[in-house]
Ligand binder design. Sequence first.
Ligand code: C2E
Ligand code: MG
Ligand code: MG
Length: 694
Amino acid sequence: MKSALRLLAVAVTISGLALVAYTLATQLDRVDWTSPVFWVFAACVLVGELMPIKIPRQKEVIWVTVSGMFAFSLIITFGIAGALVALVPASIIDDFISKKPLWRWGFNAGVYTLAAGAAGGLLSALSELPRQSDPTHFAGSDLIVILLGGLVFFAVNWCLAGIAVAFLKDVPVFTTLRSNLGLDMATDGILLSLSPLVVAAADRSLFLIPLLALPMLAAYQAARVAQRNLGLANELREQADENRHLALHDPLTDLPNRSLFHDRVGSAIAMAGRNNHGVSVVLMDLDRFKEINDALGHHNGDSLLKEVSRRLVSVVRASDTVARLGGDEFAVLVPAIAGPESVTRVVEELLRAFERPFELEELVLNVEASMGLAIYPQHGLDSGTLIRHADVAMYASKHSRAGYEVYQSTRDEHTRDRLALVEGLRKAVVNGEFALHYQPKVDVATGRVVGVEALLRWYHNGNFVPPSLFIPLAEHTGLIGLMTMWVIETVARQSRTWDDSGLSLNIAVNLSMRNLFDRGLPRQIGEAIAQRGMAPERLELEITESGIAADPIRAEAVLADLSAMGIVLSIDDFGTGHSSLSRLKRLPVDELKIDQSFVTNMVQDKSNAAIVRSIIELGHNLDLRVVGEGVETLGALAQLRAFGCDIAQGYYLGRPLATAGFLAWLESYSWEAKTLEGDRSYAALRPIMGPEVA
Ligand code: C2E
Ligand code: MG
Ligand code: MG
């Protein structure tokens, strides 16, 4: 207990005790123990003390008791002693029942004693009250004195209790006193002023006293209803608070969400504008999160996101805001930056959060993030622009792999286009903007068309978007999975149609390296072609050499499954990646496609010709079929044939065409015409370029 409070309690208790002793010694004879009025009043004091009316206010409950009113009635009728013999025991009994600490017993009883003493003293000094004869025949002056006495009774109570509360809560005394004055006056003060009425009524007939119980009961009832309503209101308020919280926070990490982040950036800009400092916004996105999520499952993805959010929060300052904007995108707001050095400080701290590997359930992962930074006012004057520009910078950092980039306006146009493209790509399937073109693959020895390669075409808003642009985009945004399945399904349907019309062609589909992270892919492909009646042997899947090299172990597992299903596997763009030959030997592949960069100009470039020749030899030694793609000239075709290449593909033979175009091409296709075209005949080239091939 605080020393000031202890001092006050001791002082009040001792002076109360002294006053009780003095009063009982000198004035006890004034109490008429035989008077029923005394006992009724004393009983009411006790009941009032034990059953206070609890009036709820916003955060606290105000206790109002009628014991003061009856105690004051006792003072008016029997003097201080009469009041004290009722009030002091009632106060102690109540404190005992409600298990208050011992010092409160003394303090509470002391306060009552001093209040009663002061009021009673005033009454006897200024009037003849209490009067034995005709006690309730109040003169006008009596009433004024009674009101004054009531005021004193109230004031002593209010003062001492207020001071104690102030000491207890450690707030200024004056503040507590003032804050309670209005309410205390309206309750205790008004009750006290009823005392003369109580006395008069009791003097008339004691049976009138129970009538007083009615308004008391009403007050109790009102207080109870108020309490219930307040409880309800609090509940509603809590519910509303929670709803507000949910609407503004990300449920997984409990970080602010995009909308709250927007608001905070807006407020920070408003403040910064007034105080002449900068605001910095950092957007980041985890590299390869989509793959992690797909490969390791959502619960691992979720725990990674939670851990990232914990780390980010731990490296920034309390005044900074870390938010999750969705998916694997996080954002940090630094509301007040002084200069460039504080910007780099933030980014370096954020990068530090990714230094240690992340420990998930049973595996440890290294995760990196790409960050983009935009600063108010240089890079934008409102939250929308600033966040968008941080996003642009983030894309740039993904590209540069520099960890982070600061926004540069010159990059913007390009990136804004990219964002629009991503949106378009998301809807491409639904909008029917995809199409497949088929390019023939021709057996070099016989000229027979053995198959086609299906190449995806995207006509976005009527414009052709090259695969070299949208495929990396699809890989980045995780749309590649859906896209690949669309291609497989379309191809399966096409294959069925061709088969039914007596055209037997293998169809090759390109897989992205990201597809290989999806362990469920083989099953999905199996189901898709089975449903549409395509035999697995008809389907070829092309995976680039670099795609396999990116994660050989995982790629091997998926390839093994696909191969076991009877699907033909091919390594695309061979010669540009870094495959290890020992791995190549192990992989369940059937075909090598020599990268077109070697084939296209092999006639002019002897070293390319040498590479092509070696790859063909290597492939054959490993029992693989070899395809030369990018055949643009008869010369290249002749040379491939001379080197013993199995299959050729390229513009010279046939360009990729939509189904109808391809069928027309097939109709008019003539191997003789192809091989006899040009100045130098196909046959004529043979002796010059290489050994005779049957
Ligand atoms: P790719 O699998 O190596 O496909 C061959 C690319 O070379 C095609 O380009 C084709 O049109 C082009 N080409 C064919 N013959 C010649 C020729 O004689 N000369 C030249 N200069 N080029 C020729 P395209 O259609 O632009 O596709 C580019 C790449 O995009 C493909 O390379 C493939 O990796 C990827 N791609 C295309 N469609 C899909 C798809 O459905 N899924 C995935 N994951 N990737 C695809
Ligand atoms: Mg290909
Ligand atoms: Mg290729």
